[in-house]
Ligand binder design. Structure first.
Ligand code: HEC
Ligand code: HEC
Ligand code: HEC
Ligand code: HEC
Length: 347
């Protein structure tokens, strides 16, 4: 069992809130259940500004759509990110963080080192401002480009790699995201330890939407063949709808009292940053819709929601329906962002 420190945030009303942890949700409620990402690439929600000097990214000449998706992600911004630069100031060995934020290509490392954090690159090896670049993930030995198919092109030698096919990409994501350092929690360890890959789950399955489109334009600027791929726009907790998907909610009455179950539906604990705080407020409503009891619960790094676990919030009353609202306190942002407002029938 995961041993965690949990605390109940101050209850809003006089009503006592009893918090219980239901360890190990039932198998059919496993993380990732019912994650149906629609085929169309979603519009970016709260995108970052496109990264500076995008024009100098050679890959963009033929992979413009993918490059523009990447340009508004925290991967592109991993180096210039103000919160990152701020966090470095308190570190005695800031260079220990650089390998994740300005990495040399993973696949240039000897095969036996794959899966470890890559070494940082220097300015000569590629613009630092571009953070985690195309080459960090796709660059292979001797200038080759690794990808899902090995589709031939004059532009570069393409080599098919298992690290871009189905669950094979987990190893790539986990290589960086297993590291706990500074404000970052190595949440990929949860995914790895729970062997979610054996159930066919993947990081990209939740974080990169499937798309069907040409991956490039050729020398004459014509699109190449339509193929199944993935949007490089990362799905992130800054998107309220995505964050809301972390929580599976259900309410039921037991012996005259209503209980709200909040189940973790992500592929790892929530949240993954020390400064991220999620405040859920649950209101028990009577048949006329009046609030008869309120419970508040905070999820953060110390009171996190472990992978595949759920929490029960108990009301001191029997409700007809339950309304749950959520506020997201994001690092670097003063005002919390509302991300959830649902009213559930009590089962
Ligand atoms: C079943 C869907 C699912 C899978 C699988 C999944 N994630 Fe997530 N991920 C989420 C959701 C939902 C959130 C938003 C909640 C949060 O911030 O923790 C999230 C958040 C994150 C964050 C931001 C955390 C934070 O709070 O800043 C990172 C980084 C991340 N995931 C990486 C990964 C990696 C790497 C893997 C594979 C090892 C992975 N995810 C697998 C659903 C998933
Ligand atoms: C001159 C145009 C051009 C440039 C520049 C270019 N590519 Fe490509 N790339 C292509 C074409 C064409 C394909 C084949 C697409 C297809 O057939 O679906 C391709 C395929 C790929 C693939 C898929 C490989 C596979 O498995 O089949 C990846 C990944 C890729 N490129 C990455 C990159 C990266 C990273 C850069 C920059 C370092 C880059 N490309 C620069 C034209 C280009
Ligand atoms: C070279 C290391 C590295 C690799 C490989 C990597 N990441 Fe990341 N990722 C990072 C860093 C560093 C950040 C955070 C940047 C920051 O906060 O400044 C990040 C951020 C994220 C976020 C949060 C984005 C946001 O806006 O909150 C998600 C989600 C994510 N990565 C998913 C993935 C997935 C999926 C893969 C595999 C396809 C992957 N990462 C591979 C280093 C990496
Ligand atoms: C964090 C790692 C990461 C970064 C950074 C990254 N890619 Fe990818 N890329 C992937 C993964 C993983 C896949 C395979 C997705 C799948 O189909 O499961 C992929 C797939 C592709 C493909 C195949 C077509 C497709 O749509 O899936 C191309 C082409 C490509 N990437 C180009 C690029 C270019 C150009 C950049 C920079 C602008 C880039 N990638 C940045 C991880 C990355």
């Amino acid at each position: 069992m995961v041993s965690t420190k949990r605390r109940v945030a101050a209850s809003l009303s006089l009503v006592a809130a009893l918090l219980a942890v239901a360890a190990g949700a039932a198998q059919d409620d496993a993380a990732g259940e019912a994650w149906e990402l629609e085929l169309a690439p979603p519009e970016p929600v709260n995108p970052l500004e496109p990264i500076e000097d995008l024009g100098s990214l050679s890959c963009r000449g033929c992979h413009e759509t993918i490059a523009d998706e990447w340009a508004v992600t925290l991967h592109a911004h991993a180096w210039v990110d103000e919160l990152y630069q701020e966090a470095l100031k308190d570190k005695r060995r800031p260079q220990s963080c650089h390998g994740s934020h300005i990495p040399k290509p993973h696949h240039e490392m000897p095969a036996e080192r794959f899966g470890r954090k890559p070494p940082p690159r220097t300015e000569e090896e590629g613009k630092l401002v571009h953070g985690i670049t195309c080459r960090s993930c796709h660059g292979g030995p001797d200038g080759t480009i690794l990808g899902p198919w090995g589709a031939p092109t004059d532009a570069h030698e393409s080599v098919k790699s298992e690290h871009f096919v189905e669950t094979g990409s987990n190893a790539l994501c986990i290589a960086c995201h297993r590291t706990t350092i500074g404000p970052v929690i190595g949440i990929a360890k949860d995914f790895d330890l729970a062997r979610l890959e054996e159930r066919g789950m993947s990081c990209v399955g939740c974080h990169m939407h499937p798309v069907e489109r040409p991956a490039a334009t050729d020398d004459d600027d014509n699109p190449t063949a339509v193929r199944p791929g993935r949007s490089h726009l990362l799905q992130t907790p800054r998107d309220p709808a995505f964050l809301a998907k972390s929580f599976g909610l259900s309410a039921r009455n037991v012996a005259g009292k209503t209980s709200l179950t909040i189940k973790n539906r992500a592929g790892h604990r929530v949240p993954g940053l020390v400064d991220r705080r999620i405040v859920l407020t649950a209101e028990a409503l009577d048949g006329a819709g009046a609030v008869i009891s309120t419970v508040e619960h905070t999820i953060d790094a110390t009171a996190y929601l472990p992978l595949e676990e759920s929490i029960d919030l108990r009301f001191d009353a029997e409700a007809a329906r339950v309304r749950v609202t959520g506020l997201h306190h994001m690092p670097g942002r003063e005002e919390p962002v509302p991300f959830l407002d649902v009213t559930l029938d009590v089962e």
